[in-house]
Design a protein around this ligand. Structure first.
Ligand SMILES: *Cc1c(COP(=O)(O)O)cnc(C)c1O
Length: 355
């Protein structure tokens, strides 16, 4: 079986081998060496001079943590355009914060001017944005929103790049992003269970003043331990070995070549969608580069397609997230996929659709 769902995605044998290395102590010199070696590569990928922290949790741990560290007595604006971004409002509220939703219809992106209209009302500590809304295949324009945030220096900018990290460039420092976070099992094609994030100086200054940060996701704890090439508590060392291996892959391919590969595989899927008479769920100019959310305008039996694709070709795709089930299906080109492997998927789809 091969996964073409938008997370978790297929994990290479090389990554798995690294994942299965024998354990070392998390306070040992071997661990500190491992941690130290990957740090500059992570900083380059994050396009930041800040340290990159490793959290043994899924992305949601850090998504919740960012709220608890950066939102004090002020409000948080949660930009909502799909399942993951909608949930972030709920999480903010569960953390006891005053949360305001900027909701757009599923399938639409978040626009800078919409963010400005809300921030103009004043009293906001932070904005959350999901760069690539995996449920709808919509990629919002971070640069456009970052530009608006420059007019509100007291507001911290929290960006989820779970399904776009290392797919397209995200210039954390240059854009003024205060927290950039991602997870292991999507664009990075590792097993689930690790989250990576970096925080700006402004973010850390804010965190130091916010009460109720807790312990496990306290950014200040991460910073203290980072100074000694360690994590606050025992991390998933297996993930860090897998990450080291993945970073070797990324840097031997080259970051620009990796971006180009994703653009090419994404184009291939787009060509297929158009030529087979399907529509895109996302509007032109805001379509994800790591997955494609195909609108089921042909009214095919999506459940039958999924089942045939699995039984006849061993490929697993997604049949639409939540309320989009059956109305869309999603094809992932994240991780290690190539023109050839995506071509195989598209050929298999043709086989199942004409059968
Ligand atoms: C999958 C996903 C998440 C949640 O990740 P978990 O690993 O389940 O915590 C958050 N944001 C986006 C954009 C995602 O695609």
């Amino acid at each position: 079986m091969k996964l073409f769902i938008p997370g978790p995605v297929q994990v290479s044998e090389k990554t798995f081998d690294a994942f299965c290395k024998p354990m070392i102590g998390h306070r040992s010199n071997d661990f500190k060496k491992l941690y130290g070696i990957i740090q500059p590569k992570l900083q380059e990928l994050f396009q930041t001079t800040q340290p990159v922290f490793l959290s043994t949790s899924s992305a949601w741990g850090v998504m919740e943590g960012a709220i608890r560290n950066l939102v004090g007595a002020g409000k948080v604006l949660n930009c909502m355009c799909g399942a993951f971004s909608d949930k972030w409002l709920d999480v903010s509220k569960r953390c006891g914060k005053e949360a305001v939703g900027l909701q757009v219809e599923w399938g639409q992106p978040i626009r800078g001017e919409q963010v400005r209209e809300h921030l103009k009302q004043g009293g906001f500590d932070a904005v959350t944005l999901i760069h690539n809304e995996t449920s709808t295949g919509v990629m919002s324009n971070i640069a456009e929103i970052a530009e608006v945030l420059r007019d509100f220096p007291e507001v911290r900018f929290i960006v989820d790049s779970v399904s776009s990290f290392s797919v397209v460039p995200i210039a954390m420092d240059a854009l003024g992003i205060d927290v950039l976070l991602t997870g292991s099992q999507k664009a990075l094609a590792m097993p689930p269970g690790l989250a990576l994030f970096a925080a700006s100086t402004r973010a850390m200054e804010r965190a130091a003043t916010v009460k109720g940060r807790g312990y496990y996701f306290d950014f200040i704890e991460f910073q203290k331990n980072q100074a000694e090439d360690m994590t606050p508590s025992t991390p998933s060392i297996s993930h860090i070995y897998a990450l080291q291996s993945k970073l070797e892959d990324i840097f031997s391919e080259g970051i620009a070549a990796r971006h180009a590969r994703h653009a090419a595989t994404n184009d291939l899927v787009h060509e297929w969608v158009r030529s087979r008479g399907f529509d895109f769920f996302a509007p032109e100019g805001f379509r994800s580069k790591s997955l494609t959310c195909v609108a089921n305008n042909r009214d095919i039996d999506v459940a039958a397609l999924l089942s045939n694709l699995k039984s006849r070709h061993g490929f697993i795709i997604d049949g639409g997230y939540g309320k989009l089930k059956g109305k869309t299906f999603r094809l992932s080109n994240m991780g290690d996929e190539t023109i050839s492997s995506v071509g195989e998927l598209l050929g298999a789809l043709d086989d199942c659709l004409t059968a």
